[in-house]
Every structure is written in C-alpha cells, then in structure tokens.
Design a protein around this ligand. Structure first.
Ligand code: PEP
Ligand code: MG
Length: 613
C-alpha cells in the first residue's frame, strides 16, 4: 500500500465507487517488423500467415458478438463493420497483392493497404466513410496483434474483475463491457453524454470520463479507486483511503438498494404536488431498464439512433414495427416519439455529409426533415400507423425555432394524416403533438407556439448550447456549459409560464432533469414532467418525494434574482445540505466538509495529493 497517492479529476459519468486493479486497453505499441520475403514457398507461407490472422480476427469478432448483452444486440453491427473491413478488397486483397508481388511481410502489407485506404477515404470527403477509419484502424490493430503473437488487450480478453482505462472507448468497445468483469471505467476523453457514459450508466458500472492523461499516469495493475459521482480517481491509494472508500462503497450500495426499492412509488412532494417522471431512451431495448427504474412513461424516444450506424435508410415498415413494439411495451404509459433529430453530432451513413462551417447551426433536426420531405413523411406515416395500437403515442418535433416552421411541420403532418385516412389506414386522431424548446427564439415566442401544440418539452442540452453560445461537444468551452446560468433559468421559467398560461404541460428532457441536485430548482420552476436517463430515476424520484413544493418555489425565486451560475450553485448547495444531507453524504461526503461542489465540467490538471479525497 502506498504512503501517498495521486489524484486525477475527471467528469463523474456513472455514479458508484469502484476499487480494484487497472487494466489499460491499447497499452503499448504493437511491434511491426519490416522484412522482405523471397521465394515462392516463403511468399505462399506469408500469404497464409496473413489469411490465418484475418480468419482468427474474424472468429474473435464473431465470438465477441455472441457475448454482447441482449440490450446492446442492436449495436452488433459495429462489430460486423469490422468484419466486413477485414474482407474488404482494398484491405484484404491489396495486402495479399503486396505480399505476393512486392515481397512485403504481412504486417507491412497490411499497414500499407490501410494507409492507401486512408488516402482514398480522405479524398472521398464523405463524413461517414471517414468516420469508419476508426473501425479500419481497430480491425487492423486486431490483425497486427495476432500477427505479432501478442496478447490481445481488447476487452474480450479480460479475465479478472478490473477497472478499464482507455483513451477512449469506441462504441464497439463500449458495448462489449461485461458487468461481471468490469468494476469501473475511466476514459481520457468524452463527456457525460458520450457513448461510454450512457452504456456505463445503463449497466450501473461506475465511470469517470474526460480524465486527461490517465493512460499516462496509470500503469497496468495499479490499484485504483474511482468515484463515478465526483469524477475523482485515486491512483495507488493509501490504506486510509481504501478504508474510507470501502465504507462509502457499502454505504452507497445500501442507499441505492433502498431507493431502488421505492423507485415505483409515484413522485409526489411532501405537500402533495405530483410530477410525472419519465425516461429518455435511444433504443427499444431500453424500455426494460426504464420500467425497472420506475419510469411512468417514455418522455423522449430519440428516434435518430435507429437511423444511425447503418448503411441504408430503414423503411417505413421497420420503423412502424419499432414504434408499435415500443408503444405496446410501455402501455398504459405514454411514449413521446421525437421525430428525426439528425445532423450536427448525430450522423448517419446514408445521409450525405454537408459542408457546413457550423453544423450545430446548420441543416439539422426539423430543418433537415423539412428539407427532405419524403424522409420526414416516411417517419410520420410509421409513427401514425403505430399510434393506432395502444393509443399512447405522443409526437414531438425537435429544434423548432418559430411559428412559421411549426406551421409548416404541422401542415406536412396533416397531409400524411389525410393520406392515411384516404387509404383507410387507422391512426390515433387524438394524438398529442408537442414541440421541444431548445433554441432561444422558441422561448421568445413560446406563447405563440403554445397556442399551436399540446405540450412543450424543454431540451436543456441544446437550450444551454444555443443560449450561452457554446458548442455542447467542444471540450474547450465545456466549463461554460452552465445549467444554472441565470439566462437558462429565466428561459425555463418563461417557457413554463407561457405553457401554463395556454393550459399545456411543460416537460424537461435535457440531462438537467436527471441530475438529482437540480430537483429542487426544477420543481420550484414548476416543471410538470422530468424525463431522464433511466438510471437516474430512482434518485430523482426519491428527492422529489422528500421535497416541499412551497420551499422549492422560494428557492427558485431566490435563484432567479442571482447574477451568476456560481451564486445559484452556492444557494442550491446550502439547500441540498440542509434538506438532503444523507443524499449528499453518500454520494459526495467531502461536500459536507468542503462545501458541496456540483460537478462542473472543468478540466483540472492532475494533482498530487496525499489526503483522503
Ligand atoms: C436536448 O437538447 O436537451 C435534448 C434532450 O435533445 P438531444 O440531447 O437529443 O439533442
Ligand atoms: Mg436537443
């Protein structure tokens, strides 16, 4: 046990404490010898060596596919892409040609063919093809390791229970995380909405992301403590630290068990105010987790994920089946199906890359749908057909910026409805139609939008991005991503007031809704329904049940008079420590000692520390 430890600070991405040994992925370079092969026999032998390595890589990928957990089966195509790459002409045949004709050894032949493919891919100027380069590299590394006779350090080869450390986990890696072998996950890049974070949360594996330099500071086999709430990583902890965190781990597990037991109770405050607590999902399979965690409904189905990572556009029947199954699975609860929100960070294979300087401000989301009417109508038809079954589907349009856009969108919806009626295809004629409030212009005309829809849902992830003017995926300005910024709070308040004045409910479905510490302020701002990642539901519901609406309104009114996010933060932490000391103590005990620090997305350099926490 060490006498002084190193502490790294990242972003807490999936709550929980993990204590165990580090397992570094992609550790060390793969040796790539270079030599020439002469003579027919030797060349034949080298070709066979290459073919066998590819066959082994293929078989390994096949084996991994079999071990993928059922909820991630939809993602298995990520591994199939790697299998396809291994047999692609430009890689497989070209490598064999280079061995046979130029006498290169297998490793050099493979590297050269990959490098040629890279040049070709860059020249194509196609974002999808370029994004596949990471898969080409991953597939190439797999073969190179086999050729080098090196132990594969990939996730599928881990035998003991470890904390995984990686620069980044690709989506293909993330879906391979095995709960029984993964104590925790640390990555150097990524944010709380990155794929790794989402997968770790859904598997209840503690995770810290954005922990810069962790692959340099942590060595294979180092003992680590990671805290998925505070984002703290302790390398080679002292005995005192291990003791402290082991106690916390037990306390946390007991606390979580207790609140999970109550996850199905309704979210009613101490003074009788009821709010709806719902889940955000991206894939049909997540309905199970949503229900297990006490979701009363699906408040946001991000339909674009069904469209992403596939080479062609899904047809109307495939969409219809997906929506129908989802609606039947969650009934009698509702499901709010959001129409395609493609563009910016959500790209698909079949949609051509747009040359845009600012894709977040570009042809994305509802704008893209209005541009590609056939695509939009196909999705609307599928949603409407599915609505006939359980009658619980609500339709929601993302990124709407004003009334004209909304009226145009509704006109298309009416056209599709009329067409279905003409063809006597049933659909729910009473289906609620709502808009997301994600851009400041929508807030400014919220009263006018409210007259046109049945509900609002505030998308704070984008609303924060657009109102503060920061790219939500840009790490350099991540510290400015402030949910408690007075402008954001005012926008939420204005939206709620406009909605309520028109008699429509207002939901909030950005990440903010799933952050337990924002519960009092959002209740005080009169949000009617909270929609979040399924794993946050038990904690959020527990805090709602323990709150008093009257006090929350007082807190919100006070907060709305404060001038900076830090001031609001400060005021909030006082309330939290006063009203929910157990919650604060189990998730962040240092908060009680040092003052509560809500997770800010700051990038603090690694520091040397010897004390606990
Ligand atoms: C949001 O912007 O808050 C939201 C829920 O949508 P997404 O994160 O999918 O953009
Ligand atoms: Mg959004």
């Amino acid at each position: 046990m060490s006498s002084s430890s190193i502490v790294i600070k990242g972003i807490g991405a999936s709550p929980g404490i993990a204590i165990g040994k580090a397992h570094l992925l992609e550790q060390g370079r793969i040796p790539v010898p270079q030599y020439s092969v002469f003579g027919e026999e030797a060349l034949k032998g080298e070709c066979n060596r290459f073919k066998e390595a590819v066959a082994k890589a293929e078989a390994d990928l096949e084996a991994i596919k079999r071990t993928i957990r059922s909820e991630f089966k939809e993602h298995a195509h990520l591994l199939e892409v790697q299998q396809m790459i291994l047999r692609d002409r430009s890689i497989y045949h070209e490598s064999l040609r280079l061995i046979e004709k130029e006498g290169l050894n297998a490793q050099q032949a493979l590297l050269q063919s990959i490098s040629k493919a890279r040049e070709l891919f860059s020249a194509l100027n196609d974002e999808y093809v370029q994004s596949r380069m990471a898969d080409v590299d991953a597939a190439g590394d797999r073969v190179l390791r086999i050729l080098a006779g090196q132990e594969n350090l990939a996730l599928d080869t881990i035998q003991e229970r470890v904390i995984i450390i990686a620069h980044e986990l690709s989506p293909a890696d993330a879906i391979q995380l095995q709960v029984d072998r993964t104590l925790g996950v640390v990555t150097e890049i990524g944010g709380s909405t990155s794929h790794t974070s989402i997968v770790a949360r859904s598997l209840n594996i503690p995770a810290v992301v954005g922990a810069e330099s962790s692959t340099k500071l942590i060595s294979m086999g180092d003992v680590l403590i990671i805290d998925g709430t505070t984002g703290r990583i302790i390398i080679n902890p002292t005995q005192a630290e291990v003791g402290f965190y082991s106690d916390r781990q037990i306390e946390l597990q007991n606390y979580v068990k207790e609140i999970n037991r109550k996850a199905h109770l309704p979210a009613i405050t101490q003074d009788g105010h009821r709010v709806s607590t719902e889940a955000n999902i991206e894939l049909l399979e997540e309905v199970v987790a949503a229900k297990d965690n006490g979701a009363e409904a699906i408040g946001l189905y991000r339909t674009e994920f069904f469209f992403m990572n596939r080479v062609d556009m899904p047809d109307e029947d495939a969409l219809y089946r997906d929506y129908r199954d989802l609606s039947e699975l969650i009934a009698p609860g509702n499901v709010t199906i959001r129409t395609l929100d493609l563009g910016a960070d959500k790209l698909s294979a079949w949609y051509p890359k747009l040359e845009e300087v600012n894709p977040a401000l570009g042809l994305r989301s509802i704008r893209l749908c209005l541009h590609h009417r056939d695509l939009f109508k196909t999705q609307l038809r599928a949603i409407l057909r599915a609505s006939a079954h359980a009658g619980n589907i609500k339709l929601m349009f993302p990124m709407v910026s004003g009334v004209a856009e909304l009226l145009e969108t509704k006109r298309i919806l009416k056209e599709v409805q009329a067409d279905l009626s003409r063809k006597r295809i049933p659909f729910d004629k009473q289906m609620s139609v709502g808009v997301m409030i994600e851009v400041p212009s929508a807030v400014a005309v919220a009263d006018m939008l409210a007259a046109e829809v049945d509900f609002f849902s505030i998308g704070t992830n984008d609303l924060i991005q657009y109102s503060i003017g920061i790219d939500r995926s840009n790490e350099n300005v991540a510290y400015l991503f402030e949910p408690l910024h007075p402008a954001v709070l005012r926008f939420i308040k204005q939206t709620v007031e406009a909605g309520h004045k028109a008699g429509i409910p207002v939901a909030l479905c950005g990440e903010m809704a799933g952050e337990p510490m924002y519960v009092p302020i959002l209740l005080g701002l009169k949000i009617d329904s909270f929609s979040m990642n399924p794993q946050s539901l038990p904690r959020v519901k527990n805090l709602i049940r323990r709150s008093r609406l009257k006090e929350c309104c007082r807190l919100a009114n006070r907060a709305l008079r404060l001038r900076t996010a830090d001031d609001v933060d400060e005021s909030l932490k006082k309330t939290l420590m006063r009203d929910f000391p157990e919650e604060v103590r189990v998730f962040d005990p240092n908060a009680l000692r040092d003052g509560y620090a809500l997770q800010r997305r700051s990038r603090k350099p690694a520091s040397r520390k010897g004390s606990i926490g």
